[in-house]
Design a protein. Structure first.
Length: 274
């Protein structure tokens, strides 16, 4: 893998000269994308509570586009025109895919995952036993852990450029409520639950409801229940409410997600899991 990394980095330095039809360059890039597709490598991971980005793999994804030509793909009555093929081999991989769901080649879907009608982009990783519910989107290079539930319409944003930028990280055992948007490299730590319509990015304050303390920007702590809220701020034109995520409950580490109980907790704040 170290040799492949060196080859990708060398191609990246000469990327302005690359074009579709360069078979040698394409073979090198395809080797890197295959590692992502099979789960042997990943764009980013959490090491010692720090997000580590494997920049060369993002470079490989970015190199793939100028090296590829648009091709027509027919799937039953549907036609697609794209530079990248769709992912295949779900049954052998132990993944359930409902009609209307699609994932691009170069994404990894682990065993036991379920894709309802949804979309998963290249470089993304969906962990074992995770549910990607109806109309949810897992953007390019987003890293979603095991036993996660992305409820209907959830948007997990993609981060492809610049290559060093950290993607969205959703850790294991997380539940994200309907229509929530997690973008721009935000992070939801293990075991947390977000109510409906939560907006989280690196500029959004995460606040402890009991103390009023700002815990972070764009990072929901482990085993927390968070809801969408706002806090007042005064501007020359008046006082306005700016979005924040309010931590209203701390769960016991390892506590299973009882949806009925969580809905009861969230209803006290006027929201739901969805």
């Amino acid at each position: 893998m170290a040799d492949l990394q060196s080859e990708i980095e060398a191609l990246w330095e000469t990327r302005a000269d690359l074009a579709a039809g360069d078979e040698d360059a394409m073979a090198t890039v395809r080797s890197a994308i295959e590692l992502l597709d099979t789960g042997e490598a990943r764009v980013a991971e959490v090491v010692d509570d720090r997000v580590v980005v494997h920049e060369w793999l993002k470079q490989a994804i970015l190199l793939l586009f100028p090296l590829s030509a648009i091709e027509t793909t027919e799937v039953g009555p549907f036609e697609f025109a794209d530079k990248l093929p769709l992912k295949t081999g779900y049954q052998a991989a132990g993944v359930r895919v409902v009609p209307g769901a699609s994932a691009r080649w170069g994404s990894f879907i682990d065993r036991g995952a379920i894709l309802m009608p949804s979309y998963t982009n290249i470089g993304a990783r969906v962990g074992a036993g995770t549910m990607v519910d109806t109309w949810a989107t897992v953007g390019s290079c987003a890293q979603v852990g095991a036993n996660v539930h992305l409820s209907g319409g959830v948007g997990i944003g993609g981060v492809l450029e610049p290559p060093q930028a950290a993607p969205v990280i959703v850790e294991d055992d997380v539940m994200i409520g309907s229509r929530s948007m997690i973008t721009q490299g935000a992070r939801v730590c293990r075991g947390s639950v977000l109510g409906e319509s939560v907006i989280l990015n690196p500029t959004i304050p995460v606040i402890d409801a009991e103390t009023g303390e700002e815990l972070s920007r764009g990072v929901v702590p482990p085993w927390s229940v968070g809801v969408q809220a706002s806090r007042r701020k005064t501007f020359p034109g008046g006082e306005f409410g700016l979005p924040c995520v309010l931590i209203i409950k701390r769960l016991t580490e390892g506590e299973r997600h009882d949806k009925a109980r969580l809905n009861m907790i969230l209803r006290e704040s006027g929201v739901n899991v969805g």
